[in-house]
Design a binder for this molecule. Sequence first.
Ligand code: IMP
Length: 187
Amino acid sequence: MSSSFYLPEEVTCNDESFKVFITKEQLEERLSQLGNQLNKEFEGKKPIFIGVLNGAFIFLADIMRHVSISCEVDFMKLSSYGDEKVSSGKVTELKHIDAKIEGRHIILVEDIVDTGLSMNYLVENVKKYNPESVSVLTLLHKKEATKYDVQLDYVGFEIPDAFVLGYGLDYAQEGRNLAQIYVLDDA
Ligand code: IMP
């Protein structure tokens, strides 16, 4: 592993303390497993990976390095938590999907599924364009916090209902550049 990655044991972000939760090694191992699974299950199907901005940008980039089948990549953007640590309960589409979805195998890529509101909205929205199939790939899932009915096909890690940071995930837009995942240290 390169020492140039930003890998502190503890970080302060917007005056709150966070400690390491999922290490870079654990992320790399799990991404390799997920990549192998996707390569087998989507062989010959030329899926379109659609990353949900901003949070999924690092996860999508890294999972692509483990995907060896023919595929396409696109992005869309939903409203975020704003500067808060809890969901506003509303979803707004800020950037639409450019790719033509009809008849294609779609893989929606999220950093985290929390209440499930965003993913529930996304799956329903994408289905309106008559894709051949819709699958969901999320790096993290807060099972206990999920209130909406969500289809999760590929999950990197099931995590408790705690606020996490890094590897694309932000707290008031900061901390996305951390190379591993941190959890709020409220002890
Ligand atoms: P949901 O709609 O409640 O499932 O929330 C999904 C979105 O909320 C994710 O794409 C993240 O942007 C954000 N989010 C949820 N939990 C966290 C967290 O622990 N840290 C940072 N962002 C989070």
